[in-house]
Design a protein around this ligand. Structure first.
Ligand code: ADP
Length: 585
C-alpha cells in the first residue's frame, strides 16, 4: 500500500474516532442537562407542596407548631434528599441533615438569586456539609409580597448516575456500532477509489520499463472496467509500436554498419551523436568517440573547418577534400548538411564517400592511355618516316627499298605485338569464360621454348626442365599460356651468354610454375615496380630486345584471374626466379 493511501486510512480512523468521542460528550452533556432540569422541576414541585402546608409564620418566627414539625421531619421520602429552611436573610433555622446547623447561606448562588428577587434559584455543587454533589433549589417564601424566608430542597445527583451510566452504555454501543459501520463504509469507498491506483499504476510502470511486453489487467470490476480495458489496449499498442520501432532501429543500424559510405551526426552541443563504422575507418576515429566534441576527435583540420562553416552559415556543403598523410591521403567526397530542428536545436549530418580508389583508377587509366599513345607513337612515326622517304624516291633504289621495308616490317610487328598485349591486358577474365583444359606441362614448356630457339642458340643458353614429364595441370589455357610464355621470354631476354635457365613445375599444397635464370637480376627498388604496366628497368635495352613493359603486368593480371599469385626472388648480377602459384584443382 502506498504511503498516501495509508495516510488516508489513518485520517479516516482518526476523524471517525474524534467524531465518536465528540458525539459521546455531546450526548452525555445534553442528557445530563435534561436530567438536571427534570430533577430541578421535581425539587421545585416538592418544595412548593411543602410550602403550601406551612404557614409563613414558621419563617418569620423560625418556629414550628408540633403538627408542622412532624410534617417537616417526615416530609422527605428519600435519605438522599435534604431540606433547609432559612429566614429572609439566608440564615438556616432548620436543616434535615444537621439540626444544629444555623449558619448563613446567603452567599450560596441559589440563595443569592432568591435574595435578589428571583422566582427561584438553583445550583449544582458539592455540599460542604455532606461532601457530595447536590442539586440545590431555593424558593422564596412571601407574605403580603414580602420575602419572609427561603425554602431550599436539595438532592444528590448521583442518585441518577446509575440510570445515566446504563443510558451512556447504550448510547456508546449504538454510536460505536454506527461509527464502525460508517468507517467500514468509508474504507470500502476509499478502497474503490484507490483500486485503479493499486491495479493500474504497477502495470503502467511495467509498460514504461518493458515497453516490448504487452500486459493485461484481469479484474472483475464494473466501475473501472473501461479504464482497465483502455490500459490493456494501450499496453498492446505500445508493445507493437515499440517492436516496430526497435526493428526499424535495428535495420537502420545494420544498414549504417554495412554502408560503404561514412556517416556522422553532430548535435547542437558539437558532440558526435552517431558515427558509423565506415566513417570511423575513414577518419581513423575510435568507437568511443561518440559523445565527445567533434573537434577533439576529428584530426583533419580541413574537415573541422568545413563543419564549422556549415554550423555558422547554417548551410549545406558538398566538396571533395583530401585528407592528411596520417589519414592515408584519402580523397573524400564530403557532403555536410545543416538540419534545423525546433527552436535553436540543430544537427549536422556528414556523409563521406571514399573516392581514393576511384581517383587512383582514373589516374591509372590516364597513365595507361598516355603510355599506350607514347608506345604506339614511336613505331608509327618510324613507319611514316620511311613511307615518306620511299615515296620521295627512295623506292627506286632496290637496295634501299628492301632495307626500308625490312625496318617497316619490324615496326609493324612491334605495333602488332603492342596491340596484342594491350588487348590481352584489357581482357577481363570475369567477362570472358574460358574452359578448363588439361595441360601436359613438359611438352607445353618445350613448345614455348621452341619459339626462342634462335636466341637460345645465339646466347648459348642451357635450358633445364626439372618438372616431371608426366605432370598435368588443369586450367584455363588462354590465361596460363601468356603467363608461362612471358616468364620464359624474359628469362631468355635477360640472360647473358652461356647462362642457364631452369624451369620447374609440380605440386606442393598448390601448383607451382617456376622460371629461374642466372641473368642480370633486378634491383630491390625495381622489383617493386616491374609489375606496373609499361615499366621497364632499362627502357632502351628492353625496347631493343622487343620488350613492351607489359609482359609482367599480364603475368600478374592473369595469375590473379586464376586465383593465384606471383613471387619474385632476384639479386642484381646473380639472376632472377619468378614463381607462379595457382590453386590445386
Ligand atoms: P618487357 O617487355 O620490357 O620485358 P616486362 O613487363 O616483361 O616488360 O618486364 C618489365 C621489366 O622487368 C623489364 O623491362 C626488365 O627490365 C625487368 N625484367 C623482367 N624479367 C626479368 C628477368 N628475368 N631478369 C631481369 N630483368 C627482368
Amino acid at each position: 500500500m502506498k504511503k498516501r493511501q495509508r495516510f488516508e486510512y489513518l485520517l479516516v480512523i482518526l476523524m471517525m474516532l474524534a467524531l465518536f468521542v465528540g458525539s459521546i460528550f455531546l450526548t452525555n452533556y445534553f442528557f445530563r442537562k435534561e436530567l438536571l432540569t427534570q430533577q430541578e422541576e421535581y425539587l421545585q414541585k416538592k418544595a412548593t407542596l411543602l410550602l403550601d402546608q406551612l404557614s409563613p409564620e414558621v419563617f418569620t418566627q423560625q418556629a414550628f407548631t408540633s403538627q408542622e414539625k412532624t410534617l417537616v421531619d417526615h416530609y422527605l421520602t428519600d435519605e438522599n434528599e435534604r431540606l433547609s429552611l432559612m429566614n429572609n436573610t439566608g440564615d438556616i433555622f432548620y436543616d434535615s441533615v444537621d439540626t444544629r446547623l444555623h449558619d448563613s447561606r446567603k452567599n450560596r448562588p441559589e440563595i443569592k438569586a432568591v435574595l435578589s428577587g428571583a422566582d427561584f434559584g438553583s445550583a449544582l455543587r458539592k455540599s460542604a456539609t455532606l461532601n457530595k454533589e447536590l442539586l440545590y433549589l431555593a424558593l422564596p417564601v412571601k407574605k403580603n409580597g414580602d420575602l419572609v424566608g427561603i425554602i431550599r430542597m436539595s438532592e444528590e445527583t448521583t442518585q441518577f448516575s446509575s440510570s445515566i451510566q446504563s443510558f451512556k452504555r447504550y448510547i456508546l454501543l449504538t454510536l460505536g456500532i454506527l461509527f464502525i459501520i460508517i468507517t467500514g463504509f468509508v474504507f470500502v469507498l476509499l478502497q474503490q477509489k484507490n483500486e485503479p491506483l493499486v491495479t493500474v499504476l504497477p502495470v503502467l510502470k511495467k509498460i514504461v520499463k518493458y515497453p516490448d511486453e504487452a500486459r493485461s489487467i484481469i479484474q472483475d470490476s464494473p466501475e473501472w472496467n473501461e479504464l482497465y480495458q483502455t490500459v490493456n489496449l494501450i499496453s498492446q499498442q505500445m508493445s507493437q509500436t515499440y517492436l516496430a520501432y526497435t526493428s526499424t532501429e535495428e535495420q537502420f543500424h545494420a544498414l549504417l554498419d554495412e554502408l560503404m559510405i561514412g556517416v556522422f551526426i553532430i548535435d547542437v552541443e558539437g558532440k558526435l551523436q552517431l558515427v558509423n563504422p565506415k566513417m570511423l575507418d575513414i577518419l581513423n576515429i575510435q568507437p568511443d568517440a561518440v559523445g565527445k566534441d567533434y573537434f577533439d576527435v576529428i584530426e583533419e583540420p580541413a574537415l573541422i573547418h568545413l563543419i564549422h562553416q556549415v554550423i555558422t552559415e547554417k548551410t549545406t556543403l558538398h566538396q571533395e577534400i583530401s585528407l592528411a598523410e596520417s589519414l592515408n591521403e584519402t580523397i573524400l567526397d564530403m557532403s555536410l548538411r545543416f538540419i534545423e530542428e525546433n527552436g535553436n536545436n540543430y544537427q549536422v549530418l556528414g556523409i563521406a564517400y571514399d573516392l581514393t580508389r576511384v581517383r587512383q583508377l582514373e589516374k591509372m587509366q590516364k597513365d595507361f592511355v598516355s603510355n599506350v599513345s607514347h608506345e604506339l607513337k614511336t613505331p608509327v612515326t618510324s613507319l611514316l618516316g620511311f613511307t615518306e622517304t620511299l615515296l620521295d624516291g627512295a623506292k627506286d633504289d632496290p637496295e634501299t627499298l628492301t632495307q626500308f621495308l625490312q625496318i617497316m616490317e619490324k615496326d609493324a610487328l612491334r605495333l602488332q605485338q603492342l596491340i596484342q598485349e594491350i588487348l590481352q591486358l584489357s581482357r577481363d577474365g570475369k567477362n570472358i569464360t574460358y574452359d578448363d583444359q588439361i595441360i601436359e606441362l613438359f611438352p607445353f614448356t618445350e613448345e614455348i621454348l621452341r619459339s626462342y630457339r634462335k636466341t637460345i642458340k645465339e646466347k648459348n643458353l642451357t635450358i633445364q626442365i626439372s618438372g616431371s614429364k608426366h605432370i598435368t595441370y588443369t586450367t584455363k589455357y588462354e590465361l596460363f599460356y601468356p603467363i608461362a610464355k612471358n616468364l620464359i621470354e624474359n628469362a631468355v631476354q635477360y640472360s647473358q651468354i652461356d647462362e642457364t635457365i631452369t624451369i620447374d613445375f609440380g605440386f606442393t599444397d598448390r601448383f607451382y610454375f617456376m622460371v629461374k635464370d642466372t641473368g642480370i637480376g633486378i634491383s630491390q627498388e625495381d622489383q617493386e615496380r616491374i609489375f606496373e604496366r609499361f615499366y621497364r628497368v632499362d627502357k632502351a635495352r628492353s625496347r631493343h630486345s622487343g620488350g613492351t613493359g607489359l609482359g609482367l603486368s599480364i603475368v600478374q593480371n592473369y595469375t590473379e584471374l586464376l586465383g593465384g599469385k606471383v613471387t619474385i626472388d632476384s639479386h642484381l648480377g646473380l639472376g632472377t626466379t619468378f614463381t607462379v602459384y595457382l590453386p590445386k584443382k
